[in-house]
Design a protein. Structure first.
Length: 642
């Protein structure tokens, strides 16, 4: 028991530093991605350091759900990869400790992490997201710091473009100033040219005070624009010269913090209880709106107004009498329309068309509002499921990373980093696909949000099963050997000289067998082509029945020659190929099944092409066999061997 406890402590001490390190790296990467995305919104606005620190802090809190699964995958891969590479994992297994028992302390620790992540998602993330998005919107809407560059039009002041050729920083003077004022619209632009000027902000930082020296002002005369266009004359303008001009420009340079209420009522600022309450209230409200709108639509429909009851129907009238009155008061719109004058008909049609268009526009707007409400409900559902999928993803990534590290047995930052990034990108793509499917009402919200977990869970189970059974899943030689067996790659014989020979070969008998084998090989090569007829190949079940006796006879000769005490004979025996390609497929099939596969052409065609390649190798093996038989006959007939 003490050994097991020490093992648990050892694994925790190995995993925790790597987990903390990888979590910090992943969080830093996500923060850098955020900075690259919004750097243009923050640079050049004179934002205080404290505001930026708060923004990055809340951004880091918001990115924890994304960084945590990646960190767990990365750390588990590195931990078990290092244990496998340093043979510590092998030593644990050799002492009788299974892989599941080795993973047990980390599994318990990560269950605690997953539960903590759930409460973090439910309590901390809504608050941090509200503050983060509020700060981000406030930073975006802050006016930029006033710094007019040289030889470039400055467009950060609303309605004005300012051009300065040169600046005297010592005297704080702007030289050769040109201003395009579009405050009254592009067609009524005002152009101001000045020899020099000064620009400063007011004490409350809400206005700019621009002082210009020795310049001219040009602007269109607004009152004569229409008359000038009708007469196709040039538009008159006003030109003014000045020695001193002061302009007051509205420019808010303060940092104004927006209200958090704009995000608190949205799904990003709610926990599970608030989300469920909002979903219930919005669903009830939406159902009532749909019911009332459907009744109103039916009341305005053409069918509803076809018939009307008499107003003076008394209670003494029976139901059958009322129905008779209703039938008698059916309004025949066609007859009423036909008796109208042509001008009245046109006006009636126009009036009806106008009413229909207004009704359609009205209900299109109401339908758009209902679609937005339904989308808001789906967003609430998606956010509620996301709080559970994060915790589940942490466990799934551990059961992917730990077995995978035990299989590949590669530690460090190289291979684990590549595999972790690849798997996380795959998870991120699947998760976004599911989210968009749920958001666009193509799938149910729970189906879309749990899609990534449903895809990765079988992978985690498969890798754990393979790691527990010491599978060579990622061993390259395993796949190479499988590919060789698939295409029928030849094997080479290995024969060693025996120290004790119980029965020496009868070379006279071997000579006869070799001649028979050589004759069989030559007959086969003469009577069989490399290419098989497609349907003939499938009817014979993928087996070359003429080459099968040659393979058996060859093995019989080799078994006899293995007992030779002559090195020359043994070396030449190893030149005989191992003929296995008479089985042209890797599976046995009946003739009926072969005909069925032949009809399924895409599958049957691929198997047939592989069989053609294996038949070519078979021809080559039989040709080599005939050649070696001839050489072996010459060796046996040598009088030294005799």
């Amino acid at each position: 028991m003490r050994t097991i406890k020490r093992l648990d402590l050892f694994l925790l001490k190995t995993f925790l530093p790597l987990f903390i390190m990888t979590f910090g790296i992943c969080l830093f990467i996500f923060l850098m991605q955020f900075l690259w995305k919004y750097v243009d919104e923050m640079v050049g606005k004179g934002i205080e350091i404290l505001v930026l620190v708060q923004l990055f802090f809340y951004a880091a809190m918001t990115f924890v759900p994304q960084a945590l699964p990646l960190a767990i995958l990365f750390a588990s891969l590195m931990t078990f990869g290092n244990l496998g590479e340093q043979l510590e994992l092998l030593a644990m297994k050799a002492s009788g400790i299974s892989l599941m028992r080795i993973m047990k302390p980390l599994t318990i620790f990560l269950i605690f992490i997953a539960v903590s992540a759930f409460f973090f998602q439910d309590n901390i993330i809504p608050v941090s997201q509200v503050k983060f998005y509020t700060l981000l919107v406030s930073v975006k809407h802050k006016s930029p710091e006033l710094e007019i560059p040289e030889n470039i039009f400055y467009r950060e002041i609303n309605g004005k473009n300012i051009y300065v050729r040169k600046k005297d920083k010592e005297k704080k003077l702007l030289k050769d100033v040109m201003i395009y004022d579009y405050t009254d619209g592009f067609n009524n632009a005002r152009v101001i040219v000045a020899d020099s000027g000064r620009l400063k902000t007011s004490t409350d930082k809400k206005y700019l005070i621009l002082t210009l020296y020795s310049g001219e002002s040009f602007e269109n005369v607004k009152g004569n624009n229409n008359r000038a266009r009708e007469a196709k004359d040039a538009v008159p303008y006003r030109r003014e010269s000045f020695d001193l001009m002061e302009m007051l420009i509205e420019f808010d340079g303060n940092f104004n913090m927006r209200s958090e209420s704009m995000f608190q009522d949205r799904y990003v600022g709610k926990n599970i209880a608030s989300l469920q309450h909002s979903i219930d209230s919005m669903t009830v409200r939406l159902d009532s709106i749909k019911e009332s709108e459907s009744k109103a639509l039916y009341a305005q429909s053409y069918r509803k107004t076809l018939a009307r009851h008499e107003r003076n129907t008394g209670p003494q009238q029976s139901g059958q009498e009322k129905d008779t009155l209703a039938v008698k008061n059916i309004i025949n719109f066609d007859s009423l329309y036909r008796v109208q004058e042509p001008t009245n008909k046109a006006s009636l049609l126009a009036y009806s068309k106008r009413n229909i268009e207004n009704l359609q526009m009205n209900y299109d707007a109401k339908s758009a509002m209902l679609r937005y409400d339904e989308k808001d409900i789906r967003w609430h559902y998606a956010e509620m499921h996301r709080k559970f999928t994060l915790s589940f993803a942490c466990l799934i990534f551990f059961f992917i990373g730990a077995p995978l590290g035990a299989i590949i047995r590669k530690g460090g930052l190289g291979a684990p980093a590549v595999i972790s990034v690849f798997l996380f990108v795959f998870y991120y793509i699947i998760d976004n696909i599911g989210y968009k499917m749920a958001r666009d009402a193509i799938w149910q919200p729970w189906q879309g949000m749990w899609l990534s977990s449903a895809v990765l869970l079988p992978l985690g189970i498969f890798l754990t099963y393979k790691a527990v059974n010491d599978s060579v899943l990622l061993n390259a030689e395993t796949y190479i050997d499988t590919f060789k067996r698939l295409i029928g790659k030849r094997e080479y014989r290995k024969i060693e000289k025996k120290d004790v020979i119980m029965e020496a070969p009868d070379y006279a008998e071997v000579d006869i067998l070799l001649r028979q084998l050589k004759t069989s090989c030559n007959n086969y090569l003469a009577n069989n082509k490399r290419w098989l007829h497609y349907f003939a190949f499938w009817k014979q079940g993928g087996i070359d029945y003429e080459a099968e006796p040659i393979a058996h006879k060859l093995e019989e000769v080799v078994d006899i020659l293995k007992n030779s005490d002559q090195n020359l004979v043994l070396n030449k025996t190893m030149d005989f190929p191992i003929i296995k390609n008479y089985q042209l497929t890797n599976f046995s099939i009946s003739p009926k099944m072969g005909v069925a596969l032949a009809i399924v052409f895409p599958v049957g065609g691929i198997v047939y092409l592989i069989a053609v390649y294996r038949r070519r190798l078979l021809h080559q093996d039989i040709r080599v066999t005939a050649k070696v038989c001839d050489e072996m006959i010459n060796i046996i007939n040598d009088k030294n061997i005799k």
